[in-house]
Design a protein around this ligand. Structure first.
Ligand code: ASP
Length: 309
């Protein structure tokens, strides 16, 4: 049987060991392990890579620990605006949503855009109208309230600044979530979901919902989900860049991912990481920050979650 595998991330950044209590570290690891296990279980049952990445990302969105879904950061107007995307490497079908509010699982709305609309990317009021037509239930603001995230916002709300999730210094930690998977048929998929940046304004959209920037999948090469300084990941077209290095230079998923994260994105001033998988189930999880919440599980027996470098 072909190797099948899944990898997930919950954001990268300055994850200083000393600032993390053992209890919190255990909570992060347990949330990562549950998402990994559920996604893997679907693959083991013969389900598609698309099913597996949606399920894993949904579970991460349901945790208050990560900056996506329930744990999304606050915008400049004390609201939550979420972005998500998903791509199927077999068909190159893709769906993205941005600036959505009140939706418990933005990744599922992205999947509905992919499968139930003729479009790839819906934003703001239009995306909300689409959700309404599909009878999505809207959560009220209290569902997304988290004391820690509210404090992050209070600290910078009267400034022009914006901040990546739980930064210990400005721009130092990203809490976006994502999953990539290779199923038993060798099809791959990627999904990414985020609340964006604390105190963001003017309808700011990052790389996460943008196909090719923060998320990409193509059976010819690999499936990728990114986390990091979104503006740079957009300019570097990071996810597609990894796929291009594989397609045009014949690089492995590990070498291509490493080249982009340790060289090309650094050269233009970006930081963060990504997870990637190829159609043989090989996984790469490079990051150029001190840590990245991450996990991987494969039919070859790999099963681990980790945080630091
Ligand atoms: N890339 C995300 C954004 O810029 C942030 C993150 O990875 O946490 O919206």
């Amino acid at each position: 049987m072909k190797t099948f595998s899944i990898a997930i991330h919950g954001g990268a950044g300055t994850l200083v060991k000393g600032m993390m209590t053992p209890e919190l570290e255990a909570q992060y690891k347990s949330a990562l392990q549950s998402a990994l296990n559920e996604g893997y279980k679907l693959l083991d049952d013969g389900k598609s890579a698309v099913e597996a990445v949606e399920e894993a990302v949904k579970l991460l969105e349901n945790s208050h620990l990560f900056n996506a879904g329930k744990g999304s950061v606050f915008t400049a107007t004390e609201t939550h605006e979420m972005d998500a995307s998903i791509m199927d490497g077999k068909t190159l079908n893709a769906g993205g949503v941005s600036l959505i509010t009140g939706i418990k699982n933005p990744v599922s709305l992205a999947r509905d855009v992919m499968e139930k609309s003729e479009h790839v990317f819906l934003a703001g009021d239009g995306a909300m109208q689409f959700a309404k037509e599909l009878d999505y239930k809207l959560e009220d603001a209290s569902y997304f309230y988290d004391e820690f995230r509210h404090k992050q916002w209070l600290d910078i709300k009267d400034t022009d600044g914006f901040q990546l999730d739980h930064a210990t210094k400005k721009d130092s930690k990203f809490g976006t979530v994502g999953a990539v998977a290779c199923d038993q048929d060798g099809n791959i998929a990627a999904a990414t979901s985020t609340g964006g940046m604390t105190n963001k304004k003017w309808g700011r959209v990052g790389d996460s919902p943008m196909i090719g920037a923060g998320n990409y999948a193509n059976n010819k090469t690999c499936a990728i989900s990114c986390t990091g300084s979104g503006e740079f990941f957009i300019r570097g077209v990071v996810a597609y860049d990894v796929a291009c290095l594989m397609e045009h230079k014949g690089m492995s998923v590990k070498d291509a991912s490493s080249e982009v994260i340790h060289k090309r994105i650094l050269e233009i001033g970006g930081d963060g990481g990504l997870i990637a998988v190829d159609t043989n189930g090989n996984i790469a999880m490079p990051f150029n920050t001190e840590g990245m919440y991450r996990g991987q599980k494969s039919s070859d027996g790999v099963d681990d979650v980790s945080i630091y470098g």
